[in-house]
Design a protein around this ligand. Structure first.
Ligand SMILES: [Zn+2]
Length: 126
């Protein structure tokens, strides 16, 4: 019945590294699109639209990665505080199987389901 928290922690750390690298790469490419736009003449609508799409795609992805990174860092912070693996909703230990699947999980299944119910209508799928 012992969850290998050290293993989960190292998984989170490598995830953090991976996400940070992704974010750096993305910021470089988004930045280069933005720079390219500044110098472009006003008339080139088609080109501009494609660039805008790329930019929006990049920014959406960037936002998602930042959210994931924040969750991973939050979980690592909980290791520091010694309360990793405890649900932030009810304070009960989170199911080890859930942590295995999602090491940065903040809530147990019950609280997660509750949260999803409360958030219904706010978040659109896809
Ligand atoms: Zn809970």
């Amino acid at each position: 019945m012992t969850t290998n928290f050290n293993l989960l922690r190292s998984r989170l750390e490598s995830e953090q590294k991976h996400l940070t690298e992704q974010l750096n790469q993305l910021e470089t490419s988004v930045h280069s699109i933005e720079e390219g736009r500044e110098g472009s003449p006003f008339g080139k609508r088609e080109e501009g639209a494609a660039e805008t799409m790329e930019l929006e795609k990049g920014l959406t992805l960037e936002k998602r990665i930042k959210e994931q990174l924040a969750e991973v860092e939050h979980a690592l912070h909980k290791f520091e505080e010694g309360n990793y693996g405890l649900c932030e909703g009810c304070g009960q230990p989170i199911d080890p199987a859930r942590l295995e699947a999602l090491p940065q999980a903040k809530l147990c299944m019950n609280c997660k389901a509750q949260q999803a119910k409360n958030a219904k209508g706010k978040i659109s799928p896809g």
